[in-house]
Ligand binder design. Sequence first.
Ligand SMILES: Cc1cc2nc3c(=O)[nH]c(=O)nc-3n(C[C@H](O)[C@H](O)[C@H](O)COP(=O)(O)O)c2cc1C
Ligand code: SF4
Length: 442
Amino acid sequence: MAEYKLLLEHSHDPAFKTLDGYLKTGGYDGLKKAIGMERQAIIDEIKASGLRGRGGAGFPTWIKWNGIAKEKTQTHYLVCNADEGEPGTFKDKQLLETCPFELVEGMTIAGFATQADIGYVYIRGEFVDAAKALRNAIDEAYAKGYLGKNILGSGYDFDLHIHMGAGSYECGEESALMSSLMGERGMPRLKFPHAPLPTVSGLFERPTVINNVETYACAPYILKNGGEWYATLGASTKNSRGTKLFSVSGHVNKPGNYEIEFGTSLMELLEMSGGMKGGKLKACVPGGSSVPIINAEACERAIIGYEEMSEVKSMVGSGGCMFLNEHTCVVSFIWRTAYFYAMESCGKCTPCREGTKWMEQILRRIIMGNGQPGDMDLLMQITQQIDGRSFCGLGDAAAWPVAAALRVFPEEFEYYIKHGKSMVQTAESKAMAPGWQQPVLA
Ligand SMILES: Cc1cc2nc3c(=O)[nH]c(=O)nc-3n(C[C@H](O)[C@H](O)[C@H](O)COP(=O)(O)O)c2cc1C
Ligand code: SF4
């Protein structure tokens, strides 16, 4: 299969960032249709589309929208997660920079369907250009009656604000994001079933829907063309519909964002990205740094779909796809990943706070040539103590890459521990090792 450009079709055109340019391509046709529909009919359309959240977990979008009270008794909020902190993922950045009206229209449709009064876009602090592009789009939308009071004469009022984060990965976790948005420390909160769902009590303890940038950006196309049409995309997969943006990086000739239909194979994605650079394919981390690494043989079998990727023991995740060539030292690569999670752990719960640091330290000593005979078992045990036992998903995200690397590439760890050096020592793997670029953790 080739690329299937839906969200990114006009992303190369600077005019698409302006309201006039957006309208010329059929922009806002979705909202115009939506405001003539019953709110429930909009949610049913999203249900028929099969849209699942693009932020990483793949949760059905319609269930969230449907969970908001139909009888409105208090302020309803809508939040967009534009934190995009997952290493390897940079698709929301491109959507915000080049297609900001898709998000503004998508949030207005979602807001209308859920009776939201106010929307917030929580943007990662470093995304300055993205925030500027979105600011311009929001200002134009207000000026022309697409935001604010009585949108397009529908009687619906909706305000949209931008909030810049301060560059914390944990603030992409939805409850931590909302804490940060409320001016508190960016730490996660208790979740369902121990606390109400955000649709019942979310931002400022009011009913709230939170979705990813790409998720909202799909809504205008679903409303415009119908949920059934959208569901024809990806129909070859079990339960993944539509298109998905993949941020391809690593040892490929043409890194960048590629939009594909679910059901495309991973090898086709590699081909779109210009194929491997500097050596044969060795491994791939298909969905962002937190998803399990797979070897070349699994890459050959991998079909992109939420259920299909689990058949090769990995995940679609947020779509940050890193292809690694034969000269990559997996031990160094995984140490670098572990370092990131140890740095980003918020420290609230013990398994993650202690476990991420411990994993990083053991991997570091292996790479420094001081690995101990029991280190692989110890590492695996720590991953098991973190996985499913942490307060939020960051713990799992930190444990999975290490566990998968030990399972898929045990010989590389064994060699490193036995010989005190990498099986595939190259300038690149050396540059990734501690002490070369990064300060070590205390
Ligand atoms: C540690 C951590 C970081 C996350 N970072 C992001 C992020 O940067 N962007 C995002 O959309 N979702 C992120 N998520 C997932 C969100 O918690 C949430 O599931 C998502 O925003 C829901 O939107 P969706 O249903 O449209 O995918 C993160 C989750 C965890 C546990
Ligand atoms: S899992 Fe990690 S990031 Fe999440 S609450 Fe625990 S310490 Fe904080």
